[in-house]
Design a binder for this molecule. Structure first.
Ligand SMILES: Nc1ncnc2c1ncn2[C@@H]1O[C@H](COP(=O)(O)OP(=O)(O)OP(=O)(O)O)[C@@H](O)[C@H]1O
Ligand SMILES: [Mg+2]
Length: 239
């Protein structure tokens, strides 16, 4: 694979797109995706915010920088490991293309080699079964308890890996001007709790009881069972 010559993407059809990026399959390796900033997003932003754009050092590549930082953070925590955490999209590098700088990432593919469905796709076609729900809880548990920074935990940003786990393919990092969450795990957790609640609302799932919530639910169930037992004993006594 030639890593130096800029990739030609403008003649290709994107395989995915969101509000900010166009996503292409790598012309030489279908396991790799190439993400560029959507030119329409750049136009819109520049018209809206001329003053700000001129003074921003990183410009429209801010989203890439956020993703890269989280990727490097996850690697820094596990030096020597070959790939970052399974719940995060694997980033392979930055390359030049005829549509500007692009992020090279590992594609999450389904068993047929097509782009894996997102959590939103699974919900829309009614494919969020027990296995997927369990995997979602595992993912959310990781998201809450790891030090990772998250800004957009929407259902479009979680891809379903055929091995049975969810991968965050976008939305990592901190959008805040002053990065307080990066230095305060407590605030980070609080913020992520909110994001998790919003995701559950988005896909129409109820909040899972927390540790305390679960304990209360178990205690209530025991009390109800004891009362029922007492009632039957009373009945027997009165007979
Ligand atoms: N690593 C990946 N593996 C599989 N599919 C992917 C991957 N990355 C992106 N996609 C597909 O491309 C779509 C758009 O990608 P991405 O979320 O990075 O773009 P975006 O424009 O930033 O989205 P947003 O609207 O959330 O800002 C995703 O919803 C998904 O369908
Ligand atoms: Mg997205």
């Amino acid at each position: 694979m030639d890593l130096i010559t800029p990739l030609e993407l403008s003649s290709l059809e994107p395989v995915g797109q969101g509000a900010q990026k166009l996503v292409f399959r790598h012309p030489d390796d279908p396991r790799v995706l190439v993400k560029v900033v959507n030119p329409r997003f750049i136009d819109r932003r520049d018209r809206k915010d001329r003053f700000y754009q001129k003074r921003r050092r990183i410009g429209h590549h801010r989203a890439f920088a956020r993703e890269m930082t989280e990727h490097l953070v996850s690697r820094a925590r596990t030096p020597g490991r070959l790939a970052p955490c399974r719940h995060m999209q694997n980033i392979l590098g930055v390359v030049d293309t005829d549509m500007g700088a692009a992020l090279l990432v590992e594609a999450v593919l389904d068993e047929q080699g097509n782009l894996a469905p997102t959590l939103r796709d699974l919900v829309d076609v009614g494919r969020l079964g027990q296995r997927e729900e369990r995997a979602l809880e595992t993912f959310l548990d990781w998201a809450l308890n790891s030090r990772v920074l998250i800004n957009d935990l929407s259902a479009d940003n979680l891809a379903w890996h055929p091995d049975g786990h969810f991968v965050m393919i976008d939305g990592l990092g901190d959008r805040a001007g002053i990065p307080i969450r990066a230095v305060s795990p407590r605030l980070n957790r609080l913020y992520k709790r909110k994001k998790i609640r919003q995701l559950r609302e988005e896909i129409g799932r109820k909040e899972q009881p927390t540790g305390i919530g679960k304990a209360i639910a178990v205690a209530l169930a025991i009390i109800v069972a004891l009362l029922a037992l007492l009632a039957t004993q009373m009945e027997l006594l009165l007979e």
